[in-house]
Design a protein. Structure first.
Length: 140
């Protein structure tokens, strides 16, 4: 079950049912099932505090993923900074919604088991993100 939360920001996320169907398809395509997924939309200061408190990282980021999965069931918390997603969309010249969905599927891919610490891992992650973003467009 995918649930949506909002911490310290005014933000409305539309299309939750469609998003849930898409994420279910992503998981099933990777031979997994969705368990409890919490998507928490927040601000830059909020995610910075999470980054400092739990990971000892003193920098902003667009997403922090906490993995509670017991494969093949994936579960976890995805903290997403709406501020950083907006900045990234402007920087990369993409629509806010597309960048937001990229970040959401990025977190899901982490729960599935993909990593992004090396160049080959980053390339694989980006390829998977692009694939699943295209899948989302085809579902619409």
């Amino acid at each position: 079950m995918v649930r949506y939360f909002f911490e310290d920001i005014k933000f409305e996320y539309k299309g939750r049912q469609f998003n849930n169907r898409w994420l279910k398809m992503v998981a099933e395509s990777e031979i997994c099932r969705l368990g409890d997924i919490n998507i928490i939309f927040c601000s830059d200061p909020y995610i910075l505090n999470i980054n400092l408190q739990y990971l000892s990282h003193d920098y902003f980021t667009d997403i922090i993923t906490f993995d509670y999965s017991q494969k093949p069931v994936i579960s976890g918390d995805l903290f997403i900074s709406v501020d950083s997603v907006r900045e990234n969309a402007a920087f990369y010249g993409t629509e806010f919604q597309e960048e937001l969905h990229r970040v959401i599927v990025h977190g899901i891919l982490h729960l599935i088991g993909y990593d992004d610490h090396t160049e080959p891992d980053i390339a694989q992650m980006r390829s998977k993100e692009n694939y699943y973003l295209q899948m989302r467009k085809e579902l619409a």
